[in-house]
Ligand binder design. Structure first.
Ligand code: ATP
Length: 238
Protein backbone atom coordinates (compact mmCIF):
# COMPACT_ATOMS: atom_id res chain seq x y z
CA UNK A 1 0.00 0.00 0.00
CA UNK A 2 1.20 3.52 -0.71
CA UNK A 3 2.04 5.88 2.14
CA UNK A 4 -1.00 7.94 3.20
CA UNK A 5 -0.72 11.66 2.53
CA UNK A 6 -1.41 12.31 6.21
CA UNK A 7 -1.00 9.90 9.06
CA UNK A 8 -1.63 10.67 12.69
CA UNK A 9 -0.72 8.37 15.55
CA UNK A 10 -1.96 8.67 19.10
CA UNK A 11 -2.32 12.43 18.97
CA UNK A 12 -3.27 14.21 22.22
CA UNK A 13 -4.23 17.83 22.84
CA UNK A 14 -4.80 19.24 26.31
CA UNK A 15 -5.86 22.67 27.55
CA UNK A 16 -4.57 22.62 31.10
CA UNK A 17 -6.35 19.69 32.64
CA UNK A 18 -8.96 19.42 29.87
CA UNK A 19 -7.97 16.63 27.50
CA UNK A 20 -9.63 17.68 24.25
CA UNK A 21 -8.04 15.02 22.00
CA UNK A 22 -6.95 11.65 23.33
CA UNK A 23 -4.83 9.14 21.45
CA UNK A 24 -6.39 9.82 18.09
CA UNK A 25 -4.96 7.89 15.15
CA UNK A 26 -6.12 8.45 11.60
CA UNK A 27 -4.98 8.46 8.00
CA UNK A 28 -5.87 10.41 4.89
CA UNK A 29 -4.92 8.39 1.82
CA UNK A 30 -3.81 10.31 -1.30
CA UNK A 31 -6.76 11.63 -3.28
CA UNK A 32 -9.39 10.77 -0.69
CA UNK A 33 -12.00 12.62 1.33
CA UNK A 34 -11.98 11.68 5.01
CA UNK A 35 -14.72 12.92 7.32
CA UNK A 36 -14.55 13.49 11.06
CA UNK A 37 -17.94 13.50 12.74
CA UNK A 38 -18.89 14.12 16.33
CA UNK A 39 -20.93 16.30 18.66
CA UNK A 40 -20.02 19.80 19.88
CA UNK A 41 -16.95 19.74 22.05
CA UNK A 42 -15.77 16.34 20.81
CA UNK A 43 -12.36 17.76 19.96
CA UNK A 44 -12.66 18.07 16.19
CA UNK A 45 -11.39 21.64 15.93
CA UNK A 46 -8.56 20.90 18.35
CA UNK A 47 -7.55 17.90 16.25
CA UNK A 48 -7.29 20.00 13.08
CA UNK A 49 -5.40 22.71 14.96
CA UNK A 50 -2.86 20.16 16.18
CA UNK A 51 -2.39 18.69 12.70
CA UNK A 52 -1.86 22.17 11.23
CA UNK A 53 0.59 23.00 14.01
CA UNK A 54 -1.32 25.94 15.48
CA UNK A 55 -1.89 23.99 18.70
CA UNK A 56 0.64 22.09 20.75
CA UNK A 57 0.09 18.36 20.85
CA UNK A 58 1.65 15.05 21.81
CA UNK A 59 1.83 12.02 19.57
CA UNK A 60 3.08 11.53 16.04
CA UNK A 61 2.02 12.82 12.67
CA UNK A 62 3.54 12.59 9.22
CA UNK A 63 2.79 14.34 5.96
CA UNK A 64 3.72 12.47 2.80
CA UNK A 65 5.86 10.17 4.93
CA UNK A 66 7.83 13.03 6.55
CA UNK A 67 7.43 13.55 10.32
CA UNK A 68 5.65 16.80 11.20
CA UNK A 69 7.30 17.05 14.58
CA UNK A 70 9.06 20.39 14.98
CA UNK A 71 7.66 21.82 11.74
CA UNK A 72 6.19 25.28 12.12
CA UNK A 73 2.82 26.27 10.63
CA UNK A 74 4.38 28.13 7.70
CA UNK A 75 6.57 25.12 6.91
CA UNK A 76 3.50 22.89 6.95
CA UNK A 77 1.82 25.29 4.52
CA UNK A 78 4.89 25.10 2.30
CA UNK A 79 4.76 21.30 2.55
CA UNK A 80 1.22 21.42 1.13
CA UNK A 81 -1.17 21.61 4.07
CA UNK A 82 -3.90 24.20 4.43
CA UNK A 83 -6.68 24.79 6.97
CA UNK A 84 -9.98 26.58 6.54
CA UNK A 85 -10.92 27.50 10.11
CA UNK A 86 -14.45 27.25 11.44
CA UNK A 87 -14.65 31.01 11.98
CA UNK A 88 -13.40 31.66 8.39
CA UNK A 89 -11.05 34.37 9.78
CA UNK A 90 -11.09 36.60 6.74
CA UNK A 91 -9.51 40.03 6.50
CA UNK A 92 -12.85 41.80 6.64
CA UNK A 93 -11.64 45.29 5.75
CA UNK A 94 -9.87 44.04 2.64
CA UNK A 95 -11.35 43.17 -0.74
CA UNK A 96 -12.10 39.65 -1.89
CA UNK A 97 -9.16 39.78 -4.29
CA UNK A 98 -6.72 41.06 -1.66
CA UNK A 99 -7.75 38.23 0.67
CA UNK A 100 -6.84 35.81 -2.09
CA UNK A 101 -3.57 37.58 -2.81
CA UNK A 102 -2.60 37.21 0.85
CA UNK A 103 -3.47 33.51 0.72
CA UNK A 104 -0.95 33.05 -2.08
CA UNK A 105 1.66 35.52 -0.87
CA UNK A 106 4.47 32.97 -1.00
CA UNK A 107 4.05 32.72 -4.75
CA UNK A 108 3.15 36.31 -5.62
CA UNK A 109 4.60 37.61 -8.82
CA UNK A 110 4.99 34.14 -10.32
CA UNK A 111 3.07 32.86 -13.34
CA UNK A 112 1.65 30.16 -11.12
CA UNK A 113 0.17 32.80 -8.83
CA UNK A 114 -1.83 34.33 -11.69
CA UNK A 115 -2.95 30.89 -12.87
CA UNK A 116 -4.12 29.95 -9.37
CA UNK A 117 -6.08 33.19 -9.05
CA UNK A 118 -7.78 32.48 -12.40
CA UNK A 119 -8.55 28.96 -11.20
CA UNK A 120 -10.22 30.39 -8.08
CA UNK A 121 -12.41 32.67 -10.19
CA UNK A 122 -13.45 29.66 -12.27
CA UNK A 123 -14.15 27.53 -9.18
CA UNK A 124 -16.02 30.33 -7.38
CA UNK A 125 -17.65 32.61 -9.99
CA UNK A 126 -19.58 34.44 -7.25
CA UNK A 127 -16.27 35.61 -5.82
CA UNK A 128 -15.10 36.87 -9.18
CA UNK A 129 -18.26 38.97 -9.49
CA UNK A 130 -17.42 40.42 -6.08
CA UNK A 131 -13.65 40.66 -6.41
CA UNK A 132 -13.52 44.34 -5.36
CA UNK A 133 -16.09 44.01 -2.56
CA UNK A 134 -14.92 44.11 1.07
CA UNK A 135 -14.82 40.64 2.60
CA UNK A 136 -16.75 41.90 5.63
CA UNK A 137 -19.78 42.64 3.45
CA UNK A 138 -20.07 39.13 1.96
CA UNK A 139 -22.90 36.74 2.80
CA UNK A 140 -22.19 33.69 4.98
CA UNK A 141 -21.91 31.36 1.98
CA UNK A 142 -19.65 33.75 0.11
CA UNK A 143 -17.41 34.07 3.17
CA UNK A 144 -17.03 30.31 3.31
CA UNK A 145 -16.18 30.26 -0.40
CA UNK A 146 -13.60 33.01 0.13
CA UNK A 147 -12.07 31.19 3.09
CA UNK A 148 -11.74 28.06 0.95
CA UNK A 149 -10.36 29.95 -2.03
CA UNK A 150 -7.84 31.74 0.18
CA UNK A 151 -6.65 28.42 1.60
CA UNK A 152 -6.38 27.02 -1.94
CA UNK A 153 -4.16 29.91 -3.08
CA UNK A 154 -1.20 28.15 -1.42
CA UNK A 155 -1.92 25.15 -3.72
CA UNK A 156 -2.28 22.60 -0.90
CA UNK A 157 -2.26 18.87 -1.42
CA UNK A 158 -4.25 18.46 1.79
CA UNK A 159 -7.13 20.81 2.50
CA UNK A 160 -8.60 20.66 6.00
CA UNK A 161 -12.09 22.08 6.33
CA UNK A 162 -13.62 22.84 9.73
CA UNK A 163 -17.43 22.82 9.55
CA UNK A 164 -17.75 24.35 6.09
CA UNK A 165 -21.57 24.06 6.20
CA UNK A 166 -21.96 25.82 9.56
CA UNK A 167 -24.80 28.35 9.50
CA UNK A 168 -25.39 28.09 5.75
CA UNK A 169 -28.64 27.49 3.85
CA UNK A 170 -29.08 24.02 2.30
CA UNK A 171 -28.61 25.20 -1.30
CA UNK A 172 -25.34 26.90 -0.43
CA UNK A 173 -24.18 23.80 1.45
CA UNK A 174 -24.83 21.78 -1.70
CA UNK A 175 -22.70 24.23 -3.66
CA UNK A 176 -19.85 24.04 -1.17
CA UNK A 177 -19.92 20.24 -1.13
CA UNK A 178 -20.00 20.11 -4.93
CA UNK A 179 -16.87 22.25 -4.93
CA UNK A 180 -15.18 19.91 -2.42
CA UNK A 181 -15.93 16.98 -4.75
CA UNK A 182 -14.47 18.92 -7.67
CA UNK A 183 -11.33 19.69 -5.69
CA UNK A 184 -10.82 16.00 -5.05
CA UNK A 185 -11.04 15.39 -8.81
CA UNK A 186 -8.18 17.85 -9.26
CA UNK A 187 -6.07 15.76 -6.88
CA UNK A 188 -6.52 17.61 -3.58
CA UNK A 189 -7.06 15.32 -0.58
CA UNK A 190 -9.58 16.52 1.97
CA UNK A 191 -9.96 16.18 5.75
CA UNK A 192 -13.48 17.34 6.50
CA UNK A 193 -14.86 18.10 9.95
CA UNK A 194 -18.65 18.26 9.79
CA UNK A 195 -21.73 18.26 11.96
CA UNK A 196 -23.84 17.66 8.86
CA UNK A 197 -23.13 13.93 9.01
CA UNK A 198 -25.47 12.99 6.18
CA UNK A 199 -23.83 15.30 3.66
CA UNK A 200 -20.34 14.45 4.89
CA UNK A 201 -20.84 10.69 4.61
CA UNK A 202 -22.31 11.02 1.13
CA UNK A 203 -19.18 12.80 0.00
CA UNK A 204 -16.45 11.05 2.00
CA UNK A 205 -14.62 7.80 1.32
CA UNK A 206 -13.90 7.09 4.96
CA UNK A 207 -15.05 8.49 8.28
CA UNK A 208 -14.11 8.70 11.94
CA UNK A 209 -16.53 9.42 14.78
CA UNK A 210 -15.01 11.42 17.62
CA UNK A 211 -16.59 11.59 21.07
CA UNK A 212 -14.98 13.11 24.16
CA UNK A 213 -11.70 13.40 22.32
CA UNK A 214 -11.55 9.72 21.31
CA UNK A 215 -12.25 7.88 18.07
CA UNK A 216 -15.20 5.66 18.97
CA UNK A 217 -15.96 4.39 15.50
CA UNK A 218 -14.36 4.40 12.07
CA UNK A 219 -14.92 2.83 8.69
CA UNK A 220 -15.69 3.34 5.02
CA UNK A 221 -18.35 6.04 4.67
CA UNK A 222 -20.69 3.58 2.93
CA UNK A 223 -20.55 1.37 6.04
CA UNK A 224 -20.92 4.22 8.52
CA UNK A 225 -24.07 5.32 6.67
CA UNK A 226 -25.59 1.92 7.50
CA UNK A 227 -24.26 1.71 11.06
CA UNK A 228 -27.06 1.72 13.61
CA UNK A 229 -25.09 3.81 16.12
CA UNK A 230 -24.31 6.43 13.48
CA UNK A 231 -27.92 6.46 12.29
CA UNK A 232 -29.21 6.84 15.85
CA UNK A 233 -26.78 9.57 16.90
CA UNK A 234 -26.07 11.49 13.72
CA UNK A 235 -28.40 10.68 10.86
CA UNK A 236 -31.78 10.38 12.57
CA UNK A 237 -34.70 8.52 11.04
CA UNK A 238 -34.35 7.92 7.30
P1 ATP B 1 -17.44 22.27 18.11
O1 ATP B 1 -18.09 21.44 17.09
O2 ATP B 1 -18.38 22.79 19.16
O3 ATP B 1 -16.52 23.31 17.56
P2 ATP B 1 -15.23 20.47 18.55
O4 ATP B 1 -15.54 19.04 18.36
O5 ATP B 1 -14.54 21.18 17.45
O6 ATP B 1 -16.53 21.26 18.97
P3 ATP B 1 -13.16 21.54 20.26
O7 ATP B 1 -13.51 22.95 19.88
O8 ATP B 1 -11.91 20.97 19.75
O9 ATP B 1 -14.37 20.57 19.88
O10 ATP B 1 -13.19 21.45 21.86
C1 ATP B 1 -12.87 20.26 22.56
C2 ATP B 1 -12.83 20.53 24.05
O11 ATP B 1 -11.74 21.39 24.36
C3 ATP B 1 -14.07 21.23 24.60
O12 ATP B 1 -14.35 20.67 25.85
C4 ATP B 1 -13.66 22.67 24.72
O13 ATP B 1 -14.36 23.32 25.75
C5 ATP B 1 -12.19 22.55 25.05
N1 ATP B 1 -11.44 23.70 24.54
C6 ATP B 1 -11.34 24.10 23.24
N2 ATP B 1 -10.54 25.18 23.13
C7 ATP B 1 -10.13 25.49 24.39
C8 ATP B 1 -9.29 26.50 24.95
N3 ATP B 1 -8.69 27.39 24.18
N4 ATP B 1 -9.11 26.48 26.28
C9 ATP B 1 -9.68 25.55 27.07
N5 ATP B 1 -10.47 24.58 26.62
C10 ATP B 1 -10.70 24.54 25.30
Amino acid sequence: MSVPLLSVERLCVAYGRVEAVRDVSLAVPQGSIVAILGPNGAGKTSLLGAIMGVLRSRGRAAFDGQPLEGRRVEQRVADGMSLVPEKRELFVTMSVEDNLRLGGFRRRGSAEFGRTLEEMWRLFPRLQERRAQLAGTLSGGERQMLAMARALMSRPRLLMLDEPSLGLAPLIVKDIFRTVAELRRTGVSILLVEQNARAALELADYGYVLENGCVVLEGPASELRQDERVIAAYLGIK
